[in-house]
Design a protein around this ligand. Structure first.
Ligand code: ACO
Length: 439
C-alpha cells in the first residue's frame, strides 16, 4: 500500500521493522514514498553500537534531495522540466527560454524574457587572460578537459562568486556561466584546429553566436543555416536537465561544501566527461564506425551479449522504456540530414536499433536507445569531431546544473554530502619503518 492509500484508509503511513537481533520493533514514517535513512540509524543492538545504515553503491535506490526542477517517469518514458513535457518545449520553446524556466521555476513574461536574453547576450565575453591559458594547452588537448579547467578557472576571475547566500550574486554567476560556456566550448574547439579564437557576436541568437564562434573564418558575419541552428537549439533543450544524474549529483555534492558555483560546475563537467555518462555519444560514433557495415551487426550484437562490450547509447539507469529525448533527436536527424545529406552511419544505427529491440537480451533487460544513440550522428553532420560531442552536452546541461545548485543552496534540509562506508580493510596493524622492513 502506498503512503497515500494508507492515509486514505485512515492508517498511519509507516513501515514496521522488526530487528531479529534484538526482537525490537520500530515504526518508521513513510513520507513521499521514502523512509529516512537517519531513522534506520536509530536501529541498533546496543546504545554504544553503530545504528543500521543503508548500503547503496551507485545510489540506485536513494533519494538525495527534494527537487522541483525535473520530473522523470522512467517506466513510461516521461520527462518534464518544471512540469512542462519535453516534447512541447523542444517543439515550441527555445534554449534560453527553457534555461529561464529551469532556473526561475516558471516561464518568463515578455519583459522578463527580453531582460534575460539581454543579460546572457552581454555576458558572453570572457576576460582576455582566458585566451592566454587556453593557448597554453597542448595542440591535441581534449576540449572537455579544456572546458572543465577553464570553467574552474572562472572562479578566480569572479571571487565574489563565493557569496553564495546572496541571491543577486547567485543570479549574476548563473548568467555568466550560461553566457560564457559557448565561448569557452568554441575556443576549445578552435584551439585543437589551430584556428584563431572568434569573439562573441551580440547581434546573433545564443545558438547562432555559438556556431559563429565555432566556424567563422574571414567572413564579416557568420550566417548559420537556420535549420541547423534550430536543430542545435533543440539538442541543447533536450540536454538541459535530467534530475539527479551522475554529473548533477557531482555538482550538488561539491556544491554542498558551499564552494563557488564555477568549482561545482567544473566537477559536473568532469563527471559528464566519462563514457558511461555524457561521453557515450562519442563512444557511439566510434562504435558505429568500427561496425562499418550492416553485415557486421549480428557478430557485434553477439559480442555484446557475450559480455565482451556494451552497446553504447543503449540502456539507462532510469528509463526502462524508449528515452523520450532519443525519440526527439531521431526526428531532428531528419531536419539536419535534409541540409547536410544523410550520414551513412545512420543506416547502421537504425539497423542496430531494430535488431536490438527485437533481441531477447535487450528486451529482458529493458534496454532502449538513450539520448546519446542518435545525437552523435547529428553532431557529426554538423561538422563536429567526436571530442566535441560532450562539450555540446555540457553547454546544454549548464542551466540544469545551475538550477539544481540554486535549489540546493536554498534547501534547509541539505547538509554537506558525506556518505558512509563499510570498512573492509585491516585494523590496528603495527607500523614497521621502511629501513627495518627492507633490511
Ligand atoms: N549493452 C549491453 N548490456 C547492457 C547495456 C548496454 N548498453 N546496458 C546495460 N546492460 C546490461 C548489463 O550488462 C546488465 O546485465 P546483467 O543483468 O546480465 O548483468 C543489465 O543490463 C543492467 O545493467 P547495469 O549496468 O546494472 O545498469 P545501470 O543502470 O547501472 O547502467 C548505464 C546504466 C550505465 C547507462 C548502462 O546501461 C550503460 O553502460 N549503457 C551504455 C553507455 C551509455 O549509453 N551511457 C549513456 C547513458 S545516458 C547519459 O548518461 C546521458
Amino acid at each position: 500500500m502506498t503512503d497515500v492509500s494508507a492515509a486514505a484508509a485512515g492508517q498511519a503511513a509507516s513501515l514496521t521493522v522488526r530487528d531479529n537481533r534484538t526482537g525490537t520493533e520500530y515504526d518508521l514514517p513513510i513520507v513521499d514514498g521514502t523512509i529516512k535513512a537517519a531513522d534506520l540509524g536509530k536501529i541498533r543492538t546496543a546504545d554504544d553500537e553503530p545504528g543500521l545504515a543503508v548500503y547503496d553503491p551507485g545510489f540506485v535506490n536513494t533519494a538525495s534531495c527534494r527537487s522541483a526542477v525535473t520530473y522523470i517517469d522512467g517506466e513510461k518514458g516521461i520527462l518534464e522540466y518544471r512540469g512542462y513535457p519535453i516534447e512541447q518545449l523542444a517543439e515550441k520553446s527555445n534554449f534560453l527560454e527553457v534555461a529561464y524556466l529551469l532556473i526561475h521555476g516558471e516561464l518568463p513574461t515578455k519583459a522578463e524574457y527580453e531582460a534575460w536574453v539581454h543579460e546572457i547576450t552581454y555576458h558572453t565575453f570572457v576576460h582576455e587572460n582566458v585566451k592566454g591559458f587556453m593557448h597554453g594547452f597542448r595542440y591535441d588537448a581534449h576540449p572537455m578537459g579544456m572546458l572543465m579547467a577553464s570553467v574552474g578557472a572562472l572562479s578566480t576571475f569572479y571571487p565574489d562568486a563565493r557569496n553564495i547566500d546572496d541571491p543577486d550574486n547567485r543570479h549574476m554567476q548563473i548568467v555568466r556561466m550560461i553566457a560564457k560556456m559557448p565561448t569557452l566550448g568554441a575556443w576549445a574547439f578552435r584551439h585543437a584546429q589551430g584556428k584563431p579564437f572568434i569573439y562573441p557576436d551580440n547581434e546573433l541568437s545564443y545558438t547562432e553566436n555559438f556556431l559563429s564562434m565555432l566556424f567563422r573564418m574571414s567572413e564579416q558575419k557568420f550566417a548559420a543555416d537556420p535549420r541547423l541552428a534550430k536543430a542545435l537549439d533543440v539538442l541543447l533543450i533536450l540536454h538541459a536537465d535530467h534530475e539527479q544524474n551522475c554529473s548533477t549529483n557531482a555538482v550538488r555534492s561539491v556544491g554542498s561544501s558551499q564552494v563557488d558555483p564555477y568549482s561545482a560546475v567544473a566537477a559536473g563537467i568532469g563527471a559528464l566527461y566519462g563514457p558511461l555518462h555524457g561521453g557515450a555519444n562519442e563512444a557511439v560514433l566510434r562504435m558505429l564506425k568500427r561496425i562499418g557495415t550492416k553485415e557486421n551487426i549480428p557478430a557485434f550484437i553477439e559480442g555484446v551479449k557475450n559480455g565482451n562490450e556494451r552497446l553504447m547509447g543503449f540502456g539507462h539507469r532510469v528509463y526502462k522504456n524508449y528515452d523520450p529525448r532519443a525519440k526527439l533527436i531521431k526526428k531532428a536527424c531528419d531536419d539536419v540530414f535534409e541540409v547536410t545529406g544523410v550520414n551513412p552511419l545512420l543506416e547502421i544505427a537504425q539497423e542496430l536499433e531494430k535488431i536490438a529491440l527485437e533481441d531477447e537480451y535487450f528486451v529482458k533487460r529493458k534496454l532502449y536507445p538513450n539520448v546519446d544513440f542518435y545525437s552523435g550522428l547529428i553532431y557529426e553532420a554538423l561538422q563536429f569531431p567526436p571530442e566535441m560531442f560532450t562539450v555540446l552536452f555540457a553547454i546544454g546541461r549548464t542551466p540544469g546544473w545551475l538550477a539544481q545548485w540554486n535549489e540546493l543552496i536554498q534547501d534547509k534540509e541539505q547538509k554537506i554530502a558525506r556518505p558512509k562506508q563499510i570498512y573492509t580493510g585491516d585494523r590496528t596493524l603495527t607500523f614497521v619503518p621502511a629501513e627495518e622492513r627492507w633490511a
